[in-house]
Design a protein around this ligand. Structure first.
Ligand code: CTP
Length: 426
């Protein structure tokens, strides 16, 4: 196979933030790797770096205003956006992300971003509160759904006022690695989520560095060597949660009861049969940052499962003594050491769904409960769609009916935001 020896080109859009100066080092490092850089400065960026210093490093003209480009002899914004192999936005400020998410084209940077047919990598950098603001998180989510790749922000001390939290521009060596990765794979492997959306790169997703533990499926409680008690759970919702967590960058441990569906991609799966085995497997998978108990664990087991197959000897049906299974969710949520920062349970109800879910949240010590109606006829158990209510300490959110994969993604994005926020608020 012939290797591609053509010099790769990056169009670097420099946004207006304190971290803009790091772009000078980035251009230098990319040059060392024979990656050509052409730069666009936003108006705000010119307050932090000069076109002169950037141009000295790129060895090229630096582009600033949209209307400099009107002249036919000049290079138009369409050409500018298409001649590169990759567009990199660094630092991607809250304002720039908002304008990108809104599809604005009122300056050269946003016009280029709207016109490009090349992959785009955004490296956000801003104050932690701005990063965690629901508006910014919404914009990032939307951009990720549009296929924009993200790197960072990193968590640490901010340049201004000794503040600490997520908002630092990814370090230059990290940026270089990610840029090289994207240049090496012009059509990077799709991180396609259920809804057909993509997240650009698992190691940089919003759950990167997190360990997510998920239980899924039913349990089988043996009565004798051939008979068991179980329920209608298919494992589809729990498995979708494990898959979504992996796609968002988490390390995922899935403890699954007996199911007939495929293992989710990217999760380490531990298969169990009984509730007791599930509890053991959960305990050995801890510690975790997030634990999501989606399994429909049997509440009871046969108190004394028969060693031999029970025979139909007498006319009377045998009676079955039951013993209660230990509640896995309650055990993990109520434990002191190793309690995950976010414990999420499910409530499968057949009436007064929200009220019972609120009680379950308090009673079991979960942070959130995802409640759904599993009455026969709703098609939830075993089906592909779900209509859930998210019950938290703050209140109840009722989500519209959607595919179980979408419920999973939405839940995990909420969890990622929650953890990032806890980090800042302490
Ligand atoms: N759960 C658990 N271990 C058990 C029973 C339930 O971890 N032994 C978890 C489930 O995974 C789910 C939540 O508890 O996240 C609620 O399960 P649900 O069946 O709705 O509630 P129960 O506690 O069984 O109460 P009830 O059947 O009375 O509604």
């Amino acid at each position: 196979m012939k290797s591609d020896t053509r010099v790769k080109r990056v169009l670097l859009i420099i946004g207006g933030g304190i971290a803009a100066y790091k772009c000078l080092d980035l251009i230098r490092r990319l040059g060392e790797r024979r990656i050509g850089v052409r730069a666009v400065l936003t108006k705000a960026a010119e307050e932090f770096v000069t076109a002169l210093s950037v141009g000295a490093l790129t060895n090229d003209r630096v582009f600033t205003g949209l209307f400099d480009l009107d002249d036919e002899r000049e290079i138009g914004h369409i050409r500018l956006s298409r001649e590169a192999d990759l567009v990199v936005v660094a630092p991607a400020t809250a304002d720039l992300l908002a304008r990108m998410a809104g599809g604005h084209a009122n300056d050269l940077a946003t016009a280029v971003l709207l016109a490009t047919d090349k992959p785009v990598l955004a490296a956000p950098a801003m104050n932690p509160r701005m990063w965690l603001h629901p508006a910014t998180q919404r914009n990032v989510r939307r951009l990720a759904e549009d296929g924009i790749h993200f790197i960072g922000p990193n968590t640490g001390e901010m340049a201004e006022g000794g503040e600490w939290g997520p908002g630092r521009l990814a370090e230059v060596p990290e940026l270089v690695v990610r840029i090289e990765e994207l240049l090496a794979a012009p059509s990077p492997p799709s991180r396609r989520l259920a809804s057909g959306k993509t997240w650009g790169g698992e190691s940089h997703g919003p759950l990167a560095g997190r360990h997510v533990l998920v239980t899924s499926g039913p349990t089988h409680e043996p009565i004798d060597p051939v008979r068991y008690m179980t329920n209608r759970s298919s494992g589809k919702q729990g498995h979708a949660i494990a898959a979504a967590a992996a796609k968002l960058g988490a390390r995922v441990s899935l403890v699954s009861g007996p199911v007939t569906i495929a293992d989710p991609e990217g999760a380490a799966v531990r298969r169990v049969e009984t509730a007791a085995e599930m509890l053991d497997a959960v305990r050995s998978a801890l510690p975790a940052d997030i634990a999501i108990f989606a399994a429909a664990v049997a509440d009871w087991r046969a108190a004394r499962p028969a060693k031999e197959k029970i025979k139909k000897r007498s006319k009377d049906a045998p009676s079955l003594a039951l013993a209660e299974n230990k509640d896995i969710l309650r055990t993990v949520a109520r434990q002191g050491a190793d309690r995950p920062a976010l414990v999420i349970g499910f409530a499968a109800e057949t009436g007064a769904v929200i009220e019972r879910a609120k009680e379950k949240r308090r009673d079991k010590g979960a942070d959130w409960i995802v409640a759904n109606d599993v009455s026969r006829g709703t098609g939830v158990m075993g089906g592909d769609r779900n209509r859930v209510h998210l019950v938290t300490a703050e209140g109840v959110e009722s989500w519209p009916e959607m595919a179980k994969e979408e419920v999973a993604e939405r839940l995990l994005m909420r969890a990622a935001e929650h953890l990032a926020k806890t980090l800042v608020d302490g």
